[in-house]
Design a protein around this ligand. Sequence first.
Ligand SMILES: [Zn+2]
Length: 174
Amino acid sequence: MTDLTFQGQPVHSRLVRNLGALRLSRDPRHRLVLQIPLGAPDNTASLFLQGLSASFTPITSTEAALLLSLHSAAPELCSRLQVPVPRVELFHSCKLWGSCDWEHGIVRLHAALAFFPQSVREEALLHELCHLRIHDHSPAFWQLLTAQMPDWPYWEGVLRQRKGKAGTTSVPAL
Ligand SMILES: [Zn+2]
């Protein structure tokens, strides 16, 4: 993986055992080094660097762990939905937990999802991935979502309880 770059600079990758260690930093020779957890999917590094470039802001280790878990979960969910794997990015919307740009193949999820249980994060991801097939909230959309995750209303309910706070601050107070 010598062809990785970040903002035009070459990135050296290093495999590490610590699962939460996905991180971009500089080594003593000022080279960019990306730590990649052993066993992470092959495209983790490039997707992670894409997410970093798109977010424009420094990413925290909590957000990096969230991005890694979303990138790990997306391919299987997409193959079940028979849609191409989109680019997955984090954002800090004040109103939305997620959005889907189906024309460009980009799914964006709120960085604060990092503080929610795994099932809430998966439901939020699945909801946006379903929009790659069905763009609106028609009955067919809810049927598709229910077929993939029958208990989605419970997990979406957990997010809804926080929605008021998401509307008043850039990141929901958790
Ligand atoms: Zn939706």
